[in-house]
Write a new protein. Sequence first.
Length: 335
Amino acid sequence: MTTPTPDLFTTRLGRRAFGQRAARWSLAGTVALIAAACGGSAATKEEVTALEDDLKSLQLEVRRLRGGSTAATDAHGSTSAAADTHGTTAAADAHGTTTTAATSGGHGDVAHWSYEGAGGPSEWASLAPENAVCGTGSTQSPIDISFTQSVSGGRTVFKWDPNTPLTVVNNGHTVQANLDKGSRIEIDGTPYDLLQFHFHAPSEHTIEGKQVAMETHFVHKNEKGDLAVIGVLHALGLENGALAPIWTALPTAEGDQRSVPSFDLLSVLPRDRQMFRYAGSLTTPPCTEGVRWHVMQSPTTVSQSQVSAFLELFKGGNSRPVQPVKARDILREAA
Ligand SMILES: [Zn+2]
């Protein structure tokens, strides 16, 4: 007895080539085969069970194609638990993850988002009403930073703890390091507490059109609840020793978390702290605007094996494409 193989539809090529219609046809075909098997005396119990398994796989695939969730993505329950370890909703909001899980209740999550295929960046705005600004916003992030647009201004002072313990979490979209209060920056005299930092591969921001291997985002919040993010670019090269303690503790499965007893935050920054400032947004749904961005001009390095270890967890990468700059000024801040 031949049955449609679910493997065809779980490959990206298969999904793109055949799309929802093909999946539906196959689903219908499987249902017909099961009906025939159940009605005919020739079918064994094992054959019927195998067909039912195929049907389940196809149903999951159809849900995925429709932008719904699969068993794998339903692990938002564990994402919520991981997000709770921040102790602050703003930290979670800075990555959008908790908002999604909280508003949808996790299961049957219509707002599930990803970095490719169904639920990918071009569809974020239509996944949920609260994501609308992902498509309609005028100050979205990331952007390509062009030197010709920059003018001078501003001062950022780093008061980061060189010896802070971390809780490193895999939230399904990135690896995020949460930390206790105590580290902050001051932007033109206003303090912003560091809540968490996390990683993207390849980089989300580009400078003069050039994308590098990775980017770290340090998410801060001031008393009024405004967010400020420091972006550090990492180009392919020597191993990044500053990040090594996190890489040896990378939580491999969604929801996993690990402890790093001591971490030197300042060591992640490039020696030359000249940076670009601009007004932007979260780079993940719901793409909330009003985020102050500070992107370091000079990249540090990251090794190919470090990049590979990260991409092993987030296959295909976890970067939103650059968004239109529109009428925004980019300020260049001296180190
Ligand atoms: Zn980020």
